[in-house]
Design a protein around this ligand. Sequence first.
Ligand code: 5GP
Length: 190
Amino acid sequence: MSTGKLFVFSAPSGSGKTTIVKHLLTKPELQLDFSISATSRYQREGEINGKDYYFLSASDFQKHIENNDFVEYEEVYKDNYYGTLKTELERIWALGKNVIFDIDVIGGLNIKKQYPEQTLAIFVSPPSVEELERRLRFRQTESDEKIQMRLDKAEREIAEAPKFDVILENHDLETAKQDAFKLITDFLNK
Ligand code: 5GP
């Protein structure tokens, strides 16, 4: 099967990567399609199964692991599994499109390792851990305990940033969106 390019966006939760990815998906000239991950976490209000994620039970997720169905998967938070199914990449490549991922740092680096030439791995960097905390609290989707869990993880993730192809600073969202668009255009024209 002919394969398109892969654009990985990884970042600590709250750094704005999802907003940037959603913006890029509105640009038809980039020919992007979103890699819908499978997850065993609960479905948040407003999320759609088969659009935001494929929501699976823990046992179904486990079966896919045993069948070797994942390109990469990970227990991102305790008892919450996330992974990219091989069938998802095949689905997008069959459409003749490029894949865009919103995935955690370890998963992102795993994709890059498996498809080194085709992948542009972008780390979206928040201005600071303090700003990240402010954004996560503003979002009001998680308990204090969960926010603390995400902040602890963020500090570990920021340490991995140098392993990415590019670090995209998100101090100002509009600038970050434009920078991301240019990074993708340049990589597609390479
Ligand atoms: P959330 O629960 O906020 O939707 O996502 C939690 C974290 O899991 C985010 O950092 C998100 O990017 C990451 N994630 C989503 N899908 C995948 C995936 O397929 N693989 C990996 N490794 N991480 C993922």
